[in-house]
Design a protein around this ligand. Structure first.
Ligand SMILES: Nc1nc2c(ncn2[C@@H]2O[C@H](COP(=O)(O)OP(=O)(O)O)[C@@H](O)[C@H]2O)c(=O)[nH]1
Ligand SMILES: [Mg+2]
Length: 448
């Protein structure tokens, strides 16, 4: 395999930059441009050792650097690897990289170092994907999930499920060729039970992925309620700035206003909407229908009620339309004379939007609403590719149970279970095609 090189630090000016070289000739390529300050020759450096010295372009010094050597197979990629840490100027790092190219290294493609780690058996495909998830993690929960996958917990789980399926297959492989009918020795009900158990596991994984989506992409949150309930005031409170216009005039907000807000571990994609009411105003009517569209796409509804008025019939009607979504009632304007919050079997949070600290514990509320799935210590699948393979396996198992119930022939059932195993093996890269690998690693950054 060729020797590749890339700048692994961001394409920006910083204190230091790091250039990574990997492949059979990594050390000789580095040796061609590096003059150590000490006595040990670069080619004689041992793994996990580093040296201080200078990069030279012919006889011209370019930068003083630290060079770290990793010897195969004890490196990230499993190949000989050299990391050059230089001053973090854009020109310097690019100039050193181009010197490496002059001495035989080739530009690494996106994710190529990790791809090599996978191809060299240093990690499974889901562990390789976890590397990217670690880089992208923007909070504690996302990082914890990525680390679980990186440690191989997801791989272990996938292997366990595949092995259960393979055991089932071998249990009835014996009857496969000559059984005209379903053999009596093989208990239909036991087989059915085992398949259902596996199906449940796969369904849980798919569900956890959906729950985890809010961590990866943000919680699509909509502020809904009647005009003047205080939605825009609460929007501004959560944004920490005057994002929406607030007036005492009902019908002030018309467009949907969306802002990204980071609260505790969560990112909210927060939308303020027009107050919901019957109105003859054409512009307001459009705003109201946009509010309903936003509701359709939301993960969380914050339903704002003016506590000095209390819950109205209209509120009750709209709340019914929110059924099935994560929902919290913000019982606003508690600084005024107001009734006790209603008992609706929903979480109700009393507050006054005029108190600037009113939502300082909002992160807690989000934790209560979204803790499940996000904070599990179970390994969670991390991306669409993995999700679709879980669904593919699940569909195959479902078909197997249907065939079993319909007293169909064994070989049809066997084929479905085999299909589920194929999907799970592809998930962890035990079987893969060039396209799969290309699809996974092209999403990485160059230099990782
Ligand atoms: N007293 C009091 N007034 C509030 C509170 N929240 C909002 N208001 C007032 O209620 C009116 C409508 O607020 P606004 O945020 O525009 O409501 P929206 O129509 O639901 O967006 C404005 O005059 C606000 O100042 C609150 O907690 N207490
Ligand atoms: Mg408003």
């Amino acid at each position: 395999m060729s020797t590749i090189a890339a700048i692994s630090t961001p394409n920006a000016v910083g204190g230091i930059a790091m250039i990574r070289i990997s492949g059979e000739n990594a050390v000789t390529v580095a040796d061609a441009v590096f003059r150590p300050a000490g006595d040990i020759k670069t080619t004689q450096m041992r793994g996990y050792s580093c040296a201080y010295g200078h990069i030279y372009d012919a006889d011209e010094p370019v930068d003083d650097v630290v060079l770290t050597v990793f010897r195969a197979p004890h490196s990230f990629t499993g190949e000989d690897t050299v990391e050059i840490t230089c001053h973090g100027g854009l020109y310097i790092s690019k100039r050193i990289l181009s010197l490496l190219f002059q001495h035989g290294a080739e530009q690494a493609a996106a994710g190529e170092f990790t791809e090599r780690a996978f191809l060299n058996g240093k990690m499974t495909l889901s562990q390789a994907e976890a590397v990217m998830s670690i880089i992208q993690a923007d909070g504690e929960a996302a990082l914890r999930q990525a680390n679980l996958a990186k440690e191989g917990k997801l791989s272990k789980l996938m292997t366990a499920v595949s092995e259960e399926l393979i055991d089932l297959m071998s249990a009835f492989a014996y009857w496969l060729d000559d059984a005209e009918e379903f053999p009596e020795e093989l208990e239909r009900s036991t087989l059915h039970e085992s398949l259902l158990k596996i199906q449940k596991q796969l369904e849980n994984m798919a569900e956890n992925y959906q729950n985890g989506r809010v961590l990866r992409e943000g919680i699509r949150t909509v502020l809904l309620g009647r005009p003047n309930a205080g939605k825009s005031s609460i929007m501004n409170l959560l944004c920490g700035m005057q994002r929406s216009i607030v007036t005492e005039i009902a019908g002030t907000t018309r467009d949907v206003i969306t802002e990204q807000v980071k609260i505790s571990d969560f990112t909210l994609l927060l939308s303020d909407t027009a107050g919901l009411r019957e109105t003859g105003n054409a512009i307001e009517t459009i705003g109201i229908s946009q509010a309903y569209e936003t509701l359709e796409q939301s993960d969380l509804v914050l339903y704002v009620i003016d506590a000095s008025i209390g819950i109205t019939e209209e509120d009750q009607k709209i709340l019914k339309e929110c059924a099935g979504r994560k929902l919290a009632i913000l019982w606003n304007k508690t600084d005024l004379d107001c009734a006790a919050p209603p008992q609706l079997g929903l979480p109700v949070y009393p507050l006054s939007a005029h108190d600037e600290n009113a939502l300082s514990d909002f992160g807690e509320i989000l934790h209560q609403l979204f803790a499940e799935g996000c904070y599990s210590n179970q390994p969670v699948i991390m991306n669409e590719r993995q999700y679709h393979l879980i669904l593919r396996a699940n569909t195959a198992i479902f078909r197997a149970t249907e065939l079993l119930a319909a007293m169909q022939e064994l070989d049809l059932i066997y084929a479905e279970i085999e299909e589920a195993v194929r999907a799970l093996r592809e998930l962890d890269g035990l079987d893969y095609t060039e396209d799969v690998i290309q699809g996974v690693f092209s999403k990485f950054c160059v230099g990782k």
